[in-house]
Design a binder for this molecule. Sequence first.
Ligand code: DGT
Ligand code: MG
Ligand code: MG
Ligand code: MG
Ligand code: MG
Length: 270
Amino acid sequence: MAKSKFEYVRNFETDDTCLRNCYIVVRLDGRNFHRFAEQHNFVKPNDDRALGLMTRSARSVMEELEDIVIAYGQSDEYSFVFKRSSNWFKRRASKLMTHVASQFSSAYVFYWKDYFGEEQLLLYPPGFDGRVVLYPSNRNLRDYLSWRQADCHINNLYNTVFWNLVQKGGLTTSEAEEKLKGTLAADKNEILFSEFNINYNNEPLIYKKGTVLIWDKVNETTTKHVKLPNEDSEKEVTVTRTRNIITAHHCDFIGDEFWEEHPNILEDDC
Ligand code: DGT
Ligand code: MG
Ligand code: MG
Ligand code: MG
Ligand code: MG
């Protein structure tokens, strides 16, 4: 077919193929969620409905898109890791990132009611920004995920003390901010313990560690009734098949244990 004279504009498209052998990480982050959380009455500092909805949306991304081997979420962000050998969308960064962001955003709205019930999503539609980062080695990828998990812990410790000082201690937000200025983790633990009788170690793991989603294999056994040929009777047979399901974990993955328990997430360094 003859090309139209307009066809040349295609050449203005730039190549954004992700480098081979690298893990492709897409991280999404809620746009202006400080305001969004405020306006939709999120519980401070951790809203279980909001965390549940984030993870439901992340599951949708993993189920609908190809080649995501692990995802990690905390607060208003989720990171999705495509396997290093993925060739989905010819590894085009913009395709991968926009598919993740749009699938996540539509799922967030689609499943809102399941998590928030009476609290309606009426004020304005939420959005998420996305970025793509490539990691060439298993060490780099693990350090990336460790960085996000360390961030979760640091923020959660701060937020837990901050909101206790405000909600139970009667401080204003600026007084609480002032009191926490320059404090170390040990000081924050001490304030929680001595002033509010809270042992930070006993806080829920989902708040301290965030949520990891991975694929697991499970055996499913079902009973089937099979009609025998040339006979009227039916026979019961049990059928076992292996199914891939997504499982959620709220554990430390900065150390080696998690990776030793799940040796199939990472591919060997090449
Ligand atoms: P951005 O990302 O630059 O558009 O701006 P924000 O406001 O989304 O800032 P970010 O992503 O650094 O911080 C996340 C905000 O989301 C933070 O202000 C608190 C809010 N948020 C996240 N999860 C919860 C929650 O469970 N409860 C409450 N109350 N707020 C939350
Ligand atoms: Mg930000
Ligand atoms: Mg945000
Ligand atoms: Mg954020
Ligand atoms: Mg099309």
